[in-house]
Design a protein around this ligand. Structure first.
Ligand SMILES: [Zn+2]
Ligand SMILES: [Zn+2]
Ligand SMILES: [Zn+2]
Length: 81
């Protein structure tokens, strides 16, 4: 008996949370600098992405849009020793 009432309520809550997440996502969409997934993965492994399209984009200082990156590559502030 209880679960029959609980289920629709849960569905409603998850819908609500989903909408809230979607709204939050929409808010911060302005000038995004998002590395392509392949590039981020390669960088995490300490490598450079091997995709030609990414290399081309990187030369121009951009994240590869073909691989779902966007915007400019953010300058890294590395400490030189
Ligand atoms: Zn890449
Ligand atoms: Zn690419
Ligand atoms: Zn790629």
């Amino acid at each position: 008996m209880k679960s029959q009432k609980l289920l629709p309520a849960l569905a409603l809550v998850s819908l609500f949370v989903g909408a809230a997440l979607f709204a939050a996502e929409e808010k911060k969409d302005a000038p995004v600098s998002k590395p392509a997934g392949c590039c981020a993965k390669a960088e995490a492994d300490g490598k450079v992405c091997e995709h030609g399209c990414c290399a081309e984009a990187a030369k121009a200082g951009n994240n590869c849009e073909k691989c779902h990156g966007s915007g400019k590559i953010e300058p890294k502030h590395e400490h030189k020793k």
